[in-house]
Ligand binder design. Structure first.
Ligand SMILES: C[S@@+](CC[C@H](N)C(=O)[O-])C[C@H]1O[C@@H](n2cnc3c(N)ncnc32)[C@H](O)[C@@H]1O
Length: 192
């Protein structure tokens, strides 16, 4: 089964996009106004819809045509315009493309890091949140099992050294593991 078939099968079982990421909402005040935005590996596009509602000009990329059809239907219902593109994302996909804001939520392809930095406009913001390898014991683990798709400790900082970090979370098992963002890491960084 190809990756596209796998994801299409997953999304054919799902209905509406869930709510957008709460940390995306919390830190949206850092994003440029009316940002030209890329939601990379958008899935059903809960984040795309939220950002379009904020006034961003959203482009949403995903390998799953099924997810993108559902996103388009959801956007139409809300009278929002989202520019969807079904593709197997590679570094070359970014050639000639520039955005004020790039969102990557629960997707990890380390080979794209430099292309993401290049695709950001000056003062552009990268919002990157995904799962980590070393999970806090008391929390249930979600997300992929394959370490290739999981971040090492502080890895987002290392992948994006060319950007200036504005918010970084990688709490690991420190302190009260019942609180805070666990099993995931978040980087919000600016191209200065
Ligand atoms: C865990 S889901 C996350 C979806 C969404 N970002 C979210 O937060 O709900 C991972 C997404 O990556 C997409 N994906 C996987 N491989 C891809 C590729 N090579 N190119 C583009 N999208 C891909 C899948 O179709 C899926 O929608």
């Amino acid at each position: 089964m190809t990756d596209q078939e796998k994801w299409n099968r997953i999304y054919s079982q799902k209905k509406d996009p869930g709510p957008s990421n709460p940390l995306l909402q919390k830190y949206a005040f850092l994003f440029p106004e009316q940002a030209t935005t890329l939601d990379l590996a958008c899935g059903l596009g809960g984040n795309s819809l939220y950002l379009a509602q904020l006034g961003c000009e959203v482009t949403a990329w995903d390998i799953s045509s099924v997810a993108l059809e559902k996103l388009t239907a959801a956007a139409n219902k809300l009278n929002l315009n989202i520019n969807t593109n079904c593709l197997d994302v590679r570094a070359a996909s970014f050639e000639g493309k520039h955005f004020d804001l790039i969102i990557v939520n629960y997707y990890l392809d380390r080979n794209l890091a430099q292309a993401l930095v290049r695709a950001l406009n000056p003062s552009g913001i990268l919002f990157y949140q995904t799962f980590v390898q070393k999970t806090a014991d008391t929390n249930k683990q979600t997300g992929p099992k394959n370490p290739a798709y999981l971040l090492e400790q502080n890895e987002l900082l290392k992948l994006f050294t060319d950007l200036s970090p504005r918010v970084f979370l990688d709490l690991q098992s420190t302190g009260d593991t019942g609180q805070g963002l666990r099993n995931e890491s978040l980087l919000i960084a600016e191209k200065v």
